[in-house]
Design a protein around this ligand. Structure first.
Ligand SMILES: [Zn+2]
Length: 348
């Protein structure tokens, strides 16, 4: 019989956005997680790592499962201490940005967590000012340097397309900044700080109506703060602060390939369908694109599929929103479409 005490904890499994209530106990050199439903899981202590966090909780991650988080009361550290080994004296991000600023940041984060009342990424994300993330997204776009497509007329057309699906989104203090990149992979991604990058094939191997659907989906990820939420889920709040402090390099790859929860993806699709409807753009080209991509050779669309699993249901969702009585308009004028097509063409 087990004599170890059961500790109440919250588990983020890295797949679903909502935490699950679990009971945690020590089981030899492993943690035993269980639920009243009878579900249980044993995690070897060697796979566990302490994460940066507030003083009021003990946060554990797994080295083998991205986004997996176990939030325990701080007192659990005593009971599980020997299992988890010794904690670093301060913590990596404190060493980077200095102890005093770290204490200030930590106090702010603790205050906001207590104020919001939840540690959940989807509760926290809307409270992270977009301006904090600007340097992260800007640095990643800047990293692409020469690959950035800079044709002025093409850029105007791309921005017009964003504005077409979400009127006003390309202006104002939280403006979405969209950039085309001359990278031969079908991809589009939302980055921190309201940046959206579109890779060349997503422009030249689609038509503007289908690209409108893809952009609308990414705009929804930005506006719903899914990007921030994914950052908190995958990196933890400590790493997020480290990012804001300017250490982007090591995480750039992870940020471009952030994965969203299924719920977030479904929401972005629904929002995109609504945006297309309001803009009087037919959803059919987007549905056809998704259908086509899901059948393409993996090397062609692997990256897009990684962050955006395409299924026949997703395509069908767009297709069924088609209204035969609607008066759909092209997403861009002929001139804009031509300019957009040439956005990555070098002027000489
Ligand atoms: Zn998505």
């Amino acid at each position: 019989m087990r004599s170890e005490p059961l500790i109440d904890a919250k588990l983020y499994d890295g797949i679903t956005a909502h935490p699950q209530e679990v009971k945690v106990s020590r089981f030899g050199d492993a943690l035993l997680l269980s639920q009243e439903s009878g579900w249980s899981d044993r995690v070897n202590a060697a796979l566990l790592q302490r994460l940066d966090g507030g003083r009021s909780s003990l946060r554990l991650g797994r080295t083998d499962v991205a986004g997996w988080r176990l939030i325990l009361p701080e007192t659990a550290a005593d009971e599980l201490g020997t299992l988890l080994g010794h904690q670093e004296r301060y913590g990596r991000w404190i060493d980077r940005i200095g102890l005093v600023p770290a204490l200030v940041v930590s106090a702010l984060v603790t205050a906001s967590v207590v104020g919001v009342g939840y540690l959940a990424p989807h509760c926290l994300a809307p409270h992270v000012p977009m301006s904090w993330e600007r340097n992260v997204g800007g640095a990643i776009v800047g990293d692409f340097g020469k690959l950035r497509c800079r044709d002025a007329a093409g850029q105007r057309a791309l921005e017009a397309l964003v504005d077409r699906v979400s009127p006003g989104a390309a202006g104002g203090p939280n403006a979405i900044k969209v950039a085309a990149l001359d990278v031969p992979v079908f991809n589009a991604a939302a980055l921190p700080g309201g940046y959206i990058v579109v890779f060349k094939p997503a422009i030249t191997e689609t038509d503007p109506d289908a690209l409108a659907g893809v952009l609308a989906h990414e705009v929804a990820h930005v506006q719903r703060r899914h990007v921030t939420e994914a950052l908190i889920r995958e990196l933890g709040i400590g790493a997020l602060i480290r990012l804001f402090a300017g250490n982007v390099g090591a995480n750039a790859e992870q940020i471009v390939s952030l994965s969203y929860t299924r719920a977030n993806e479904a929401q972005a699709d629904s929002d995109a369908i609504d945006m297309l409807k309001r803009a009087h753009i037919s959803p059919q080209p987007t549905a056809q694109l998704f259908r086509r991509l899901s059948k393409e050779a993996p090397e062609f669309s692997a990256e897009f599929l990684n962050s955006h699993p395409l299924s026949s249901e997703r395509a069908a969702k767009f297709a069924t929103s088609f209204d035969p009585h609607a008066r759909y308009q092209p997403a861009l004028s002929r001139d804009q479409a031509d300019a957009l097509f040439d956005i990555c063409r070098k002027k000489r």
